[in-house]
Design a protein around this ligand. Structure first.
Ligand code: COA
Length: 322
C-alpha cells in the first residue's frame, strides 16, 4: 500500500435557504452588491436546534453508502470544524457514537476554514503509516450561529453545511502530496473573540461575533492560495497544466478567479459552489468535491487539487488522483 485514496463522498445542507433578497430585509445591503463583490447568491442555515454533529452524521451516511462500506469498517474519525457542538467531547467522538462506529481514534481538528484539509492530511498520514484502514473525514460548520446578523460586512458571506469523505489505503494513487501551514501574526485580521479560556462570559452577547478586516484578508488569501497550490504541485512533481480540477475553498468568487488566474487555469476547470453555499468554512471543500463527483464532472483517474485558507491564518492543499 503506497497511497491513501478517497473512495466515497457525501454532503448535507440544512433545509433553510437564505437568499441575498432575504438579507436585504435584514441589513443595509443589496443582492447586486453581494453578487458582484462575493459571487454568493444564497446560503443554507441550520435550524436553531440543529448542531454541527447533526450535519456531520447526515453527510457521513451518504459518504458511507457511496463508498459501499459498513460503519464497522471505520477505524478512525476526524472532524474539521470551528463550531463544534460542545467544548468536549469533540465532534468526532459524538459522530463516532451516533453512527455506531466501533471505538476508535476520534479527532477534532480546528483550523478555521482549513480544518478539513488539516483533517484529510492527518488521515492520509495515519493510513500511510498503517495506523488506520478506513477513515471517515468530515468538514462541517454551523457558522451562521456565530455570525452577527446585524453586521453587513460579515453576515452576507457565510453559510452552513457538512461534507464527508471515506479514505482507505490503496496501491493506486490516491493522495499524491499535501501541504499545511499557519502564521498567527495575522490573527487580528480574522478571528472569533470568545473561547473556552478567554472571554467566555461574552458568549451569547453582541460582543461575540466574527471580526474581520475583509480587504486585508482578501489580499493575503489570493497570495497564499496561489502559493499553497504551487507548493503541492512542486512536491508531487506535477505541472499545473496537468490539473483536471481545482477545488478551492469557496470564500469569494473574486478570490477564486484570482487564484485560478495565478495558476493559468481556465474557470471551466474550477468547481464552484460559492453561489449556492456561501462560505461554509471547513465544509466548503468537501462539499464542492461531492458536488463535482455527483454531477459527473470529477471523474476517476483525474488530477484534482483541493486548497483552503482561513483564520489564523491557516492554509493547506491536497493534490490527488480520484
Ligand atoms: N452590502 C453593502 N455594502 C457593504 C457590505 C454589504 N454587505 N459590506 C461592506 N459594504 C461596504 C463597506 O462598508 C464599504 O463602504 P465604504 O466604502 O462606504 O466604507 C464598501 O462596501 C467597500 O468595502 P470593502 O471592504 O472595501 O469591500 P471589498 O470589495 O473588499 O469587499 C469583502 C468586501 C468582505 C466581500 C471582501 O473584502 C472579501 O471577500 N474579503 C475576504 C473575506 C473572506 O473571504 N473571509 C473569509 C476567509 S476564509
Amino acid at each position: 500500500m503506497k497511497y491513501s485514496r478517497i473512495v466515497g463522498t457525501g454532503r448535507y445542507l440544512p433545509e433553510k435557504v437564505l437568499t441575498n433578497f432575504d438579507l436585504e430585509k435584514m441589513v443595509d445591503t443589496s443582492d447586486e452588491w453581494i453578487r458582484t463583490r462575493t459571487g454568493v447568491e444564497r446560503r443554507h442555515a441550520v435550524a436553531d436546534d440543529q448542531t454541527t454533529s447533526d450535519m456531520c452524521v447526515e453527510a457521513a451516511k451518504v459518504a458511507i453508502e457511496d463508498a459501499g462500506i459498513d460503519v464497522t469498517d471505520i477505524d478512525m474519525v476526524l472532524v474539521g470544524t470551528t463550531t463544534p457542538d460542545l467544548i468536549f467531547p469533540n465532534a468526532a467522538t459524538l459522530v463516532q457514537h451516533r453512527l455506531g462506529i466501533p471505538p476508535c481514534p476520534a479527532i477534532g481538528m480546528e483550523a478555521a476554514c482549513t480544518s478539513f484539509i488539516y483533517a484529510l492530511t492527518t488521515a492520509d498520514k495515519f493510513i500511510k503509516a498503517g495506523e488506520a484502514k478506513c477513515a471517515l473525514v468530515i468538514g462541517a460548520e454551523c457558522i451562521t450561529k456565530i455570525v452577527d446578523w446585524t453586521d453587513r460586512n460579515t453576515c452576507v458571506l457565510f453559510g452552513d453545511g457538512a461534507g464527508a469523505v471515506i479514505v482507505k489505503p490503496s496501491d493506486e494513487a490516491g493522495i499524491l502530496a499535501t501541504h499545511l501551514g499557519a502564521d498567527g501574526q495575522y490573527k487580528e485580521l480574522l478571528y472569533y473573540p470568545v473561547g473556552a479560556s478567554k472571554e467566555l462570559h461574552k458568549a451569547g452577547t453582541d460582543e461575540a461575533a466574527i471580526t474581520m478586516v475583509g480587504n486585508e484578508v482578501f489580499k493575503v488569501a489570493v497570495k497564499t492560495l496561489g502559493n499553497v497550490a504551487t507548493e503541492v504541485l512542486h512536491k508531487a512533481g506535477v505541472e499545473q497544466s496537468e490539473l483536471d480540477w481545482l477545488i478551492p475553498h469557496q470564500a469569494n468568487l473574486r478570490i477564486i478567479q484570482a487564484t485560478a488566474k495565478r495558476l493559468n487555469l481556465p474557470m471551466e476547470k474550477v468547481i464552484l459552489t460559492v453561489q449556492d453555499h456561501g462560505n461554509t468554512s471547513a465544509a466548503s471543500v468537501p462539499m464542492a468535491l461531492d458536488v463535482g463527483r455527483r454531477d459527473g464532472r470529477v471523474k476517476p483517474g483525474q488530477l484534482v487539487l483541493m486548497e483552503a485558507f482561513g483564520g489564523g491564518f491557516t492554509w493547506g492543499s491536497v493534490l490527488m488522483r480520484m
